[in-house]
Design a protein around this ligand. Structure first.
Ligand SMILES: [Zn+2]
Length: 213
């Protein structure tokens, strides 16, 4: 029980970050943390900036509600898919970051080599094809990317970041949206999307940070 309350407090804090940074609006988004074989997830229809301990539902790895009132988030299937495929993942955040989402609408793939720190800390960020929100289409769309990536953009919808801690999953999201903002500014100033690092620059970066891919 102590663990669950601690996790809820962490999720409440992360919800405040998400909302105050404009990474979600109204009741958008959902967050979860895994404790062994239980998942603490935000319930459906709540604002992430003012979550309280009653705003969470505990579900099993099969999605069955074990505790809490209200329905689990409508995107719970997406969280369950990530937890099933990645044993190392302990936290999942789905948000609606405006600039990253706008990139998917503009049909511009996110190039992780635009900025060295994004390449080093997060790596490639694929865009999953459009899927009807809250349906089984969403986990199906992300499935091919989950194993080899730590962040996925959802076409016309938002983002999915996941990691070994909630803070890391949140920081990945914040970093990606910040990078998208920089790229948007560069695109406006330059008049076209800037190129990524050259092969040579990437090679040197990989050597400097011991990256193999
Ligand atoms: Zn959404």
């Amino acid at each position: 029980m102590e663990d669950i309350m601690r996790v809820k407090m962490e999720l409440i804090e992360a919800g405040k970050w998400l909302y105050s940074k404009g990474l979600v609006s109204a009741t958008d988004g959902n967050l979860s943390v895994r404790i062994d074989d239980r998942i603490v997830v935000t319930r459906s229809g709540v604002n992430k900036g003012k979550l309280s301990p009653e705003d969470f539902v505990i579900v099993g790895l099969d999605g069955k509600v074990l505790d809490g009132t209200g329905k689990p988030s409508s995107e719970i299937r997406m969280h369950l898919t990530v937890y099933a495929m990645r044993k190392d993942v302990k936290a999942v955040i789905h948000a609606h970051p405006p600039i990253l989402t706008a990139l998917t609408l503009a049909g511009i793939p996110f190039d992780a080599t635009w900025l060295p720190e994004v390449w080093v800390t997060i790596g490639p960020v694929p865009t999953a094809p459009y899927a009807t929100p809250s349906t089984q289409e969403v986990p199906q769309a992300i499935e091919p990317f989950v194993k080899d990536h730590n962040a996925i953009l959802l076409e016309r919808h938002g983002s999915l970041t996941y990691s070994s801690t909630l803070e890391k999953a949140y920081f990945a999201l914040e970093k990606l949206e910040h990078a998208a903002y920089v790229i948007m500014l560069a695109t406006i100033i330059r008049g076209e999307t800037p190129p990524g690092l050259t092969k040579e620059q990437l090679k040197k970066l990989n050597v400097a940070f011991g990256k193999t891919t």
